[in-house]
Write a protein that binds this ligand. Structure first.
Ligand SMILES: Cc1ncc(C[n+]2csc(CCOP(=O)(O)OP(=O)(O)O)c2C)c(N)n1
Ligand code: SF4
Length: 273
């Protein structure tokens, strides 16, 4: 039987805003399948976002949702989790929202290892505002603000998250849709800060400008560059040149923030110094 997405969708919010071929819809469906596979209760699940095309995602999902200010998803989500630690807190947003204006909130949520799951849709661009370059725009690729090519080196979101202290870090692509739900579900089950980067595409402001002829061509690029971590172990440095690792990239055990905070509350109640 076909999967019933409708039970998780707010019909009144449709049609969605995304362009044909935008990868964000693939991520929305992956997130819904992940929620369903874990049997998450709608009233115990909060999806929090900032601003951008990717950040419109929570509006379509029938659970507790917060659409906040640009870059501030991690700050609002931290508040939700601290006030209601029993809730499943999922953040969603774009590379611009999460690693440019929201970069500071992102690294500190990772540092605290607070039990939340951050799904970052990396389409290399500020899609909503017309395609300005972001911290993940690849070197020398074009954006509206770098019409002759982007001279900046780009962030590796997964490495940034690991370096900042996240204890579950994974990467998938919009091409491999069936992997997205599994990575998100594993991230939600992990106790601590989980970051799942999904490479997806903005054909409208990035694809056209960089001379991709079609969405299919962009999808094929994702297919070609992605290498599962297990397969990468058997490849040489030369073979891995220009490839992007996918799957679970990092997993560690470290004290979780809400639990640590609770200990401080208990100590304060007991009058301990
Ligand atoms: C404080 C503030 N600055 C700038 C903006 C304009 N703005 C809206 S969305 C956006 C970029 C979103 O890019 P990204 O997070 O990568 O998501 P995408 O649209 O590509 O999915 C910007 C700069 C804003 N809304 N608020
Ligand atoms: S502008 Fe780009 S990111 Fe925004 S909906 Fe269109 S394709 Fe998606």
């Amino acid at each position: 039987m076909a999967f019933d997405y409708e039970k998780y969708i707010r019909p009144g919010k449709l049609p969605h805003i995304w362009c044909p071929g935008c990868g964000h819809g693939i991520v929305l469906k992956g997130l819904i399948r992940a929620m369903d596979s874990l049997n998450l209760k709608k009233e115990e699940t909060a999806i929090v976002s900032g601003i951008g095309c990717a950040s419109r995602l929570p509006g379509y999902v029938d659970c507790c949702t917060l659409h906040t200010a640009h870059g501030r998803a991690a700050a609002f989500a931290t508040g939700v989790k601290m006030a209601r630690p029993e809730m499943n807190v999922i953040l969603v947003g774009g590379d611009g929202d999460g690693t440019a204006i929201g970069g500071n909130h992102f690294i500190h949520a990772c540092r605290r290892n607070i039990d939340m799951t951050y799904v970052i849709m990396n389409n290399y661009i500020y899609g909503m505002t017309g395609g300005q370059f972001s911290p993940t725009t690849p070197h020398m690729m074009k954006a509206s603000t770098t019409p002759y090519g982007n001279p900046d080196p780009s962030f590796d979101i997964a490495k940034l998250a690991i370096g900042a202290g996240a204890t579950f870090v994974a990467r998938g692509t919009a091409f491999n849709a069936s992997q997205i739900d599994k990575l998100i579900a594993e991230g939600i089950q992990h106790k601590g800060m989980s970051v799942i980067e999904i490479l997806d595409d903005c054909p409208t402001t990035y694809g056209r400008r960089n001379k991709y002829k079609s969405v299919i061509e962009m999808m094929n690029r994702l297919k070609e560059v992605a290498v599962p971590v297990k397969a990468a172990e058997k490849m040489t440095a030369e073979q891995l040149q220009g490839k992007i690792l996918t799957g679970v990239l990092f997993k560690a055990d470290r004290p979780e923030y809400c639990a640590e905070y609770q200990k401080v509350i208990e100590r304060a109640k007991g009058g301990a110094k």
